[in-house]
Design a protein around this ligand. Structure first.
Ligand code: ARG
Length: 475
């Protein structure tokens, strides 16, 4: 390269191109690529409500503690309200150069009220600010998740009540095992989603400590009142250690863990609906509202919503893997890696919400083919255990032996292409002479179901009791 070397910028030169929030010691603006990799405003603008609430609480505390003059504090509060209104009206212009939501809000505040806006950041850092905002956002997401899980439970309980006595095959290994009732099956999911709600509430309890006042990492020399800001923002207490407060994201990991577990539960329900709606099963039919057609095959009704609920479990679990890998091995306290915490959490909870609402809709709408279920329960030797149990009860046979005898009878029925109850008594007696006609009466699926009348069992009477208890516990 020829030409004169560029003149060095004199120390007194204006650095107008540098970031107005932290550009003091900088001579030039960041490279475009630096700005691009650094900016989080594209996604963290979702935190604007939490950010402004946090700033207002911080400002009120600074005023009360006389860290900032009351008049300045009042101007800041009013300015923040105006910023909030601008964002809600969609008028706010987010600027990538201002990196993130915190600096976008503060810069706009400055434009609105002038240099007093600069007092807001006293005794605060973006490190405690973002930790506080994010905790509040996750807290809201947990509360929404709880409400959406409850709505899904309500739909399942309602359908369970309609089907306390609807007999269907129960499966293990996806092989017909024993008859159960559809109500019982649906209530199994109500229990799973109930535990998911417990996990969301537990997570909220641990999450609900306020990082504000931790400042960058070490706390602050200003006489702040951390109890006050914590209370104002709905936290139970200020976090006990300022380093921990700005460093950890375990609350987000825990939220993602419970979201992943809920998504796994949803995916199993979705998979069953997909199977059950197939021509081979024919147990249920989706409403038009929750199925799609094929652009090529006119006869098709595809369970796309259920398939997507099943599929999204992958990305929700993936969000946990993403954030846990990001956090692993980070030295205390804040590192910019942690800016990567938000997108997986936003995406996971958006996806989970969609899945929960779609599942409730599908369950509410789905048509049950009671006859197809009854027919399937009547096939596959689902009541073989009944015969074995009868041998134990009536003949006082040890269960292992009864199992053997029944196995031989089933094999014979299979060989002759008959159902168990179609096999004549002579044929059974050829295998076990003490079998009487009474034994054949236990072979009807409804009898098998009614017999399982223990607490938590599949008998219609038990399922009706479970429906009652589920309403009390969950709705
Ligand atoms: N946008 C940042 C984040 O989401 C805010 C905190 C930045 N803190 C800092 N010291 N640069 O993590």
């Amino acid at each position: 390269m020829t030409g004169k070397p560029k003149a060095k910028r004199p120390d007194s030169a204006p650095n107008g191109a540098a970031n107005p929030m932290w550009g003091g010691r900088f001579g030039a603006a960041p490279a475009d690529l630096m700005a691009e990799i650094n900016a989080s405003i594209g996604f963290d603008k979702r935190l604007y409500r939490e950010d402004i609430a946090g700033s207002k609480a911080h400002c009120a505390m600074l005023m009360r503690q006389k860290v900032i003059p009351a008049a300045d504090g009042a101007a800041i509060q009013q300015g923040l309200d105006r910023v909030l209104a601008e964002i809600e009206r969609g008028e706010f212009v987010f600027d990538v150069k201002l990196e993130d939501i915190h600096m976008n809000v503060e810069a706009r505040l400055q434009a609105l009220i002038g240099p007093v806006a600069g007092r807001l950041h006293t005794a605060r850092s973006r490190n405690d600010q973002v930790a506080t905002d994010f905790r509040m956002w996750v807290r809201g997401a947990l509360e929404r998740t709880d409400a959406e899980l409850r709505a899904l439970q309500a739909a399942l309980i309602e359908r369970a009540e309609q089907h306390v006595a609807t007999v269907m095959p129960g499966f293990t290994h996806l092989q017909v095992a024993q008859p159960v009732t559809l109500g019982h099956h649906l209530l199994a999911y109500v229990e799973m989603f109930g535990r998911d709600r417990d996990r969301a509430r537990d997570c909220r309890v641990r999450l609900n400590e306020c990082p504000l006042g931790a400042a960058a990492l070490a706390g602050t020399s200003f006489p702040i009142d951390r109890e006050m800001t914590a209370r104002e923002l709905g936290f139970d207490r200020p976090s006990a250690n300022s380093l921990d407060a700005v460093s950890d994201r375990d609350f987000a990991l825990e939220a993602l863990a419970l979201a992943s577990i809920a998504a796994i539960h949803l995916s199993r329900l979705a998979e069953e609906l997909v199977l059950w709606s197939s021509t081979a099963f024919g147990f249920v039919a989706f409403s038009d509202r929750f199925s799609t057609g094929s652009s090529m095959m006119p006869q098709k009704r595809n369970p796309d919503a259920a398939e997507l609920v099943r599929g999204k479990a992958g990305r929700i679990g993936g969000a946990f893997a993403t954030l846990s890998t990001t956090m692993k091995g980070l030295a205390l306290s804040y590192s910019k890696d942690m800016q990567e915490d938000k997108e997986p959490v936003f995406d996971a909870f958006d996806s989970l919400s969609l899945c929960l609402r779609a599942s409730a809709g599908m369950i509410h709408d789905v048509t049950v083919n009671v006859d197809a279920m009854a027919r399937a329960a009547d096939e596959g030797y689902a009541t073989a255990t009944e015969l074995a149990d009868w041998l134990v009860r009536a003949l006082e046979m040890p269960f292992r032996e009864a199992h053997q005898v029944t196995g031989r009878i089933v094999a014979l029925a299979v060989e002759r292409g008959l159902k168990l109850e179609q096999l004549d008594l002579d044929a059974m007696q050829a295998i076990e002479p003490r079998i009487t006609a009474e034994a054949r009466q236990v072979l009807a699926p409804i009898k098998a179901v009614e017999a399982r009348n223990c607490y938590g069992g599949t008998a219609p009477a038990q399922v009706a009791a479970q429906v009652r208890r589920a309403r009390e516990r969950f709705l």
